[in-house]
Design a protein around this ligand. Structure first.
Ligand SMILES: [Zn+2]
Length: 139
């Protein structure tokens, strides 16, 4: 079933560089936006990323009113928070420098006739990396 159009999801994809379909369709740990592994730009900081008994997941969320949880628990076990990467919360609209056509741009909210501007999800958004280590005898 096709996903219904969701401007915030698209904005999050552009602001966090996740336009390749990285975001999982289903919420995880209470976070609508999440993906497997870690942000590309910090991959080298996780030397055990490909260890058989270790998994990583990253959630993208809005954390102005509280820190991300230290642990998230699912069927696989307890995922421990490892790092939080804050975002500027904005990026240039990918449709720039064209002008907006018939309706407001769903990404940057510019009005018809104006140039596309910046996509802005706001301050307080961050990517939070969680790590799960399974007992090694399960390998
Ligand atoms: Zn735009």
């Amino acid at each position: 079933m096709p996903r219904k159009h969701d401007p915030e999801r698209e904005q999050v994809e552009w602001v966090f560089g996740l336009t390749g379909g990285e975001l999982n369709d289903e919420a995880w740990g209470g976070f609508a936006y999440n993906y497997d592994e870690v942000p590309d730009y910090v991959r080298r900081d996780y030397p055990d990323l490909y260890d058989g008994n270790v998994s990583y997941r990253t959630v993208v969320g809005y954390f102005v009113y509280g820190s991300p949880p230290e642990e998230l628990i699912d069927d696989e076990g307890i995922w421990e928070r490892r790092a939080t990467y804050a975002s500027s919360g904005e990026t240039e609209c990918p449709l720039s420098p064209d002008r907006v056509e018939d309706a407001r741009c769903p990404l940057c909210d510019s009005e018809p006739g104006d140039p596309h501007a910046y996509i802005y999800v706001g301050d307080g958004w961050a990517e939070v990396v969680y790590r799960l280590e399974r007992p090694s005898d399960e390998e």
